[in-house]
Write a protein that binds this ligand. Structure first.
Ligand code: PEP
Length: 250
């Protein structure tokens, strides 16, 4: 069955509002010849301006995180309701930088997913192993626990808009891309785990993105794999011509 391609850019802590607007205004010229869902994830401060600039284009605007509480004394945190009000319709949860630098565990992410779903935000849930875990043959164990613990308690219906991003930690921002075969192998594993958890229909309908040093030069080979439904791009999503070429992959 055909899954709609999903091309996402994670801006991380880059771009002022002005720079973000210049970038999305340039991206609007992409042909989108693959009829992909296209997503950009600016910093919280730029969500509103970027969402306004993209109104009516079909682009998805996402936050890079959200907190799991509705409101209250949680200095610096941003709630799903707040990001939604700013104009986001999606949220990236579990990015490896959040897991490694800011202590997001599978248990915390499970609560963040619940909070996002309560507000009808589309969740892009990131999973991936470190180099040490890969070398210790722990890929299956790590990915399985990220999926089972992160998605615990939700039905296929709850998760019908869920997108999974497989991002091997050793490939993020390092210039080292997983080979298309390595990506395909783990994507197939993710689909198997999702089948066991939530059934074959759910697994076959859920889009799985690859992330980790995706570039204009390698996107065509990665997108050619059966179980790769899109890409989550960091560095190259900040450069309009590069991200446009990624959107219009061959
Ligand atoms: C990311 O931030 O999710 C990412 C994959 O970064 P990069 O493309 O720069 O490796």
């Amino acid at each position: 069955m055909a899954r709609k391609p999903f091309i996402a850019g994670n801006w991380k802590m880059n771009n002022t509002i002005e720079q973000g607007l210049a970038l999305v205004n340039a991206l609007k010229t992409a042909k989108n010849k693959n009829n992909a869902d296209i997503m950009v994830a600016p910093s919280f401060t730029a969500i509103n301006a970027v969402a306004n600039a993209l109104k009516g284009t079909g682009f998805i605007v996402a936050a890079q995180d959200c907190y799991f509480e509705e409101k209250g004394a949680f200095t610096s945190q941003v709630s799903p309701e707040q990001i939604k009000e700013a104009g986001a319709t999606a949220v990236i949860l579990g990015h490896s930088e959040r897991r490694a630098l800011f202590g997001d565990t599978n248990e915390i992410l499970n609560k963040k997913i619940a909070a996002a779903l309560r507000h009808n935000l589309q969740v892009i849930y990131c999973v991936g192993e470190t180099l040490a875990e890969r070398e210790a043959n722990k890929i299956e164990q790590v990915i399985t626990s990220q999926l089972v613990e992160g998605l615990k308690g939700y039905s296929a219906e709850d998760l019908k808009t869920l997108v999974i991003a497989y991002e091997p930690v050793w490939a993020i921002g390092t210039g080292k891309t997983a080979t298309p075969e390595q990506a395909e192998e783990v994507h197939a594993l993710i689909r198997k785990v999702l089948t066991n958890m939530l059934g074959a229909d759910f697994a076959n309908n859920t889009r799985i993105l690859y992330g980790g040093s995706v570039k204009a030069e390698n996107v065509d080979f990665i997108m050619a794999k059966d179980n790769v439904d899109g890409v989550l791009v960091g560095g190259q999503a900040l450069i309009a011509e590069k991200f446009t070429r990624i959107i219009d992959y061959e």
